[in-house]
Every structure is written in C-alpha cells, then in structure tokens.
Design a protein around this ligand. Sequence first.
Ligand code: FAD
Length: 388
Amino acid sequence: MDFNRSDALAAYRVQAKAWGAEHLRPEWIEHERETGTHHNAELHRLLAEQGFLAAGWPKEIGGSDVPPELAAAVTEEIQDFGLRMDGWITTWMVLHTIDQVGTPELKRHIIPRGLAGEAVIVLGYTEPSCGSDLAAVRSRAVRNGDEWVIDGAKMFTSTAHEGTHVFLLARTDPQAPKHRGLTLFLVPLDAEGIDIQPIYTLGGQRTNATFYNQVRIPDALRVGEIDAGWSVMRVALTFERSIGEGGFGPTFVSALRDWFASGPEERVARGRSSYVRRFLARTAIDDEVSRLMTLRVESILSHGGLPGVESSMLKLFRTETMQRQHGGLLDLLGAEAVIEGGRGPLNGDIDYAFRNSVLGTIAGGTSEILREVIAERRLGLPRTRPAK
Ligand SMILES: Cc1cc2nc3c(=O)[nH]c(=O)nc-3n(C[C@H](O)[C@H](O)[C@H](O)COP(=O)(O)OP(=O)(O)OC[C@H]3O[C@@H](n4cnc5c(N)ncnc54)[C@H](O)[C@@H]3O)c2cc1C
C-alpha cells in the first residue's frame, strides 16, 4: 500500500489552494444550487485546458505532464469550495472501463476527447423497472448490418443534459439467461431519437429520465463483446465504487474547530463541550479510515488489479459515514445549520450537503446490495437470491 500519496497530496495542497483562489468563482456555486446541475461546463473546460483531467494518463493517448497528486489536490479544493464534478467523475469511470475492455479504435476515438474535456460521458444503467437488479434491463439493441438500433427508457441518467455520450446497458439477446445477452454501448447524446426529461431529487440535484426511440449507432461504439455486458458492468461498477476519501474532506475538521474557536462567546463555550469534541474526534477517525480504504483501492488499481470487494467496502463506509457526519453536524449546529448561502455557518452548505448525503447510499449501488457483495465475496456467506 502506498502511504506516500497522501503526503504528496499535502505538499500540493498549498499550490491547489492558490489555484482555487485564482480560478474558482462563487457564482458557479449559486448556479449549481439554482439548477441542481452537478457539472460546470466552464470549470470542466478550464481543468481540461490546464491538463488536470489528463493527469496520470500516458502521453500517446492524450495524457498531460500535470502530476496526478496536484490534480487530486485541485479536485479536493474544488469540492471543499462547494462544487460537484459529477460530469467528470462519470467520464473518468467510463474512460477507465474502456481502457480495460474497449477496442484500440474505440480507445483512440474517446479517451483523448474525454481527457481534452470534449466528451462528457454519463451512465445509462438504471431503468424504470430495475436498478439494483441491473441484469433485468429491458432496453433493446438490435443489430442491423454495421449498426445497432436502440429502443428503451432509462431512469436517473444524471448529467445527461450536459453530456455528450451515455454509456448504455441494453439487452442484445432476449432469449439468453438474464445475466447473459447484455451489451454496453457508447451512445452519442445528440443522436436522433433521444429525449431527456429532468427529475429533481430531495438533494436538489437534477438527474434525468432518458428515452431512446430507434436510435442508430455504429457497431464501433459497442463497448466489449456482444452479450458480455455483465462482465463489462463489473469493471465499470468497480471504478464507480472506487471514488474515494469521502467524509468532509481533509480540511473540514480544522475548519469546524476554527469556526467554534473564533465565534461569539456562546459559540466558543459550545465548542468546548464534550459533545462537540467527541464529534470532531469521531469525524477525524472516520475520515482517516476512509482515507486508508481509498489508498487500498488505489493501490490495487495502480498494480493493474480490480478492487471489486474493496471498492464496495469503501463505497459503503464512505457514504454511510457521510450521512452520519452530516446528520451529526445538523444536531450540533441546530437551527443555524439550515441557513443557506454565505450567511450560514461554514458557508451555509450544511443542509444542502446533508440532503445530498442521503442519495449517496443509493446511487452506484445501495448499501443493502453492497453488504450482500461483501457477505458473499469476502465472507463466503451463502447467496440470498437465486443463483444466476
Ligand atoms: C441521485 C442519484 C443519481 C443516480 N444516478 C444514476 C446514473 O447516473 N445512472 C444510472 O444508471 N443510475 C443512477 N442512479 C440510480 C441508482 O443506481 C439506483 O437508484 C440504485 O441502484 C437503486 O435502484 P432502484 O432505485 O431501482 O431501487 P431498487 O433496486 O428498487 O431498490 C429499492 C430498495 O430495495 C433494496 N433492495 C433491492 N434489491 C435488494 C436485495 N437483493 N437485497 C436487499 N435489498 C435489496 C434496495 O437496497 C433499496 O433499499 C442514481 C440514483 C440516485 C438517487
């Protein structure tokens, strides 16, 4: 396991802070809150232009000279500032999946465009009638010469209204057992026959329902072998659950400590209470556990492995911790916590972050499903569902 990464990150944090002070604009936060869109096209372009999106990738496929640790520190800075980067996160997952399973032509077609900020790829797995049980998808892709014709409906296609492509799971053989007969495609969102309708969540986030009516795409945009979509999904879900750290982030505990220490007398006294001290200590411990679990997942990935169970453990711990921490913070700050915008404590982001944390344990696999993965694959307990 590589513990040096976090030290390197700490070293780059000063540089990342200076970058944030120069480039990050408060009106982007307002725009995100107003629209519920967790992607900012202007910021995305800027990160691409300056080589941050391409950090760590080989030069021949579009990689840049930016050190990955600096890119990671800048990402943390953006998140600390209060902005979400969902468009980049899903693009990152799909680029890595294609890097593992795509044809050389597909890699050459999409990876450089993704790293240059020109392609924003979103996820089209969930449908109105299935989410956890993804093998039950009904959207159809039918081969027609060198093309595929896609019909169906997807739910929660987050960021589709800002994306250029959807990574779409479809049924290609309706006669086969349900885990076989599935295939993944990279469908351009400007193709004819696609309709995108907004859905607003309790977190304020805008996601989408997407509809596909006789959408034609070339076979070159198929990802992986025909009918082998289930094994491609396992790779993609591993990357999705590998998104790390979580909790409030490395600078939060000190920000909260300073906030209590610097306020009016009543607040300073409250900051000395055992309740606040316990909360801060618990938060610091949880963040450290998240960090170590993240390092473990990154270490497996960096050695060419796929951290299937480890990424499920990380996602489960990270998202449940976030919920607990945000709930605890609401209790700690009382009514003040629901004041939004700059007037509230800690930039007034607490209520918003709490509502969003509720969704974290659903998107990307619910906690119940992740517990089943861990129980079966790590602990060797028997399956609770019928065998495939
Ligand atoms: C904010 C947000 C963004 C999302 N973004 C995307 C996206 O971009 N692309 C995309 O494709 N999807 C997206 N999703 C969908 C998400 O992946 C699904 O909501 C999730 O997988 C659960 O599926 P479901 O909603 O159909 O619930 P269901 O699968 O119907 O589950 C309902 C409940 O039953 C439980 N349950 C189901 N099966 C089992 C089981 N076998 N054992 C125990 N309990 C079980 C679940 O844990 C849950 O509590 C998003 C969801 C949210 C909330």
